[in-house]
Design a protein around this ligand. Structure first.
Ligand code: GLU
Length: 425
């Protein structure tokens, strides 16, 4: 996958400045929103299985809480950096605002290689994270959730640690928990489901029929895999899938469920071409992640990392539509090129909002102590993402800007107004 030195925080700030200029946001407010409100960093000592103690640099960045408590996931990974987490925290502020949730934006991270951890080491790191930041967390302060390489089990350990340290039950302190601890079944697939709703909406807008719409998806983790399955079930033609080690392509279509079974067995998706029902008989090709991005498809879904569509490859993108399920997959320079080419981009803050929307439903249910069915969650999620999509498209039409800028205008004006109502800066 394309890795580059492009700093996501520069991209996030450029996007903010573009929207702020249109809205004529006060320089004071712009300066405040360009930086996080709180930047918490610390080393977490973790007892390893071999008896040694290792320190892991850990971060919690709280960008803005004018609209409500800080909200956002925690990611584990070797490539995590302070600037990346700062950008992701800012994107959460826009995402929650655009979706109309009573939350601000935050993000957390730990620089580590989670694939090398035993279960015990992972648990001790998760608990250590909460011990480090406990005073800054809570249902009315800052509510973490899963992100890359964290999951419901990690949230369970974190919640347990939080409740031990504070001495009371507080299920609303973390979202993305296991169902038994107050989570919701539909949370895990929610980002993929929200992405599916975004694809449905853009299909309607551009009059694309599922059966004749070819979709390429970069990334086969929780988000990419679930989106692929929802789209496949709705009749879209999934022609390419990839993981970090390579991609498979077949013009006639791939079956994501069979691809997942094969990936679990073989370890990588590139080993899954021409296997059983993955490609339905005809021989498929093994391609690279970069080639996947440039395929001649109708819809391209980057669902992996930041900075995948850059000034270098934007001219070669052939898809009519890009639906960003990853956070920050398109750089501002690439965005300009895509605009000139009249590629429709459904931005991350809209397309991948399904996860935090489901987190909001989970938080509401925890606060109420009353739980809905998965169908109710999907129904409410679908309505919310559909409404946000319609608003962002209308706003972009009104200002004659792309959908991302339309979404930013809505999100930013709400946050700026909340700051003003609170008495300014
Ligand atoms: N990590 C997800 C995101 O980037 C979900 C955040 C949340 O649920 O708080 O949107």
């Amino acid at each position: 996958m394309a890795t580059s030195a492009i700093n996501p925080l520069d991209s996030a700030r450029k996007q903010l400045r573009a929207a702020a200029a249109i809205l004529k946001i006060e320089p004071k407010v712009l300066a405040v929103l360009s930086e996080p409100k709180n930047e918490l960093t610390d080393d977490i000592p973790v007892k390893m299985d071999d008896g040694s103690t290792q320190n892991f640099n850990s971060l919690r960045v709280q960008h803005n809480d004018a609209l409500g408590p800080f909200k956002g996931g925690i990611r584990f990974g070797p490539g995590v950096s302070l600037d990346e987490v700062k950008a992701l925290a800012m994107w959460m502020t826009w995402k929650t605002s655009l979706a109309g949730l009573p939350f601000g934006g935050a993000k957390g991270g730990v620089i580590c290689d989670p694939k090398k951890f035993s279960k015990g080491e992972l648990e001790r790191l998760s608990r250590g994270y909460v011990q480090q930041f406990v005073e800054h967390l809570g249902p009315g302060k800052d509510i973490p959730a899963p992100d890359m390489y964290t999951n419901a089990q990690v949230m369970a350990w974190m919640l347990d640690e939080y409740e031990k340290l504070t001495g009371h039950h507080a299920p609303a302190a973390f979202t993305g928990k296991p169902v038994e601890l107050g989570g919701i079944g539909a949370r895990e697939s929610a980002t993929g489901y929200g992405g599916f709703v975004a694809v449905q909406q853009v299909s309607k807008l551009l009059k694309l029929k599922p059966k004749s719409t070819a979709v390429a998806i970069q990334g086969f983790g929780n988000v990419g895999h679930n989106a692929a399955q929802f789209l496949f079930d709705a009749g879209y033609k999934i022609v390419a899938l990839s993981d970090s080690q390579g991609a498979i392509y077949n013009k006639k279509g791939l079956n994501p469920a069979a691809a997942m079974t094969c990936k679990l067995e073989k370890g990588k998706i590139a080993e899954c071409y021409y296997r059983g029902s993955v490609v339905n008989g005809s021989k498929s090709g093994v391609i690279s992640n970069d080639e996947l991005l440039e395929l001649d498809v109708d819809i391209l879904i980057p669902a992996a990392l930041e900075n995948q569509i850059t000034a270098k490859n934007a001219n070669s993108i052939k898809a009519k539509v890009v639906v960003e399920l990853a956070n920050g997959p398109t750089t501002p320079e690439a965005d300009k090129i895509l605009q000139q080419k009249k590629t429709t981009v459904v931005p991350d803050v809209l397309a991948n909002a399904g996860g935090v929307v489901a987190s909001y439903f989970e938080w509401v249910q925890n606060n109420y102590g009353y739980y809905w069915t998965d169908d109710e969650v999907h129904d409410k999620l679908s309505k919310l993402v559909t409404a946000a999509f319609a608003k962002a498209v209308a706003e972009s039409g009104e200002h004659n800007v792309d959908i991302r800028t339309g979404a930013y205008l809505l999100a930013l004006s709400k946050v700026a107004r909340a700051i003003e109502l609170r008495g300014g800066i």
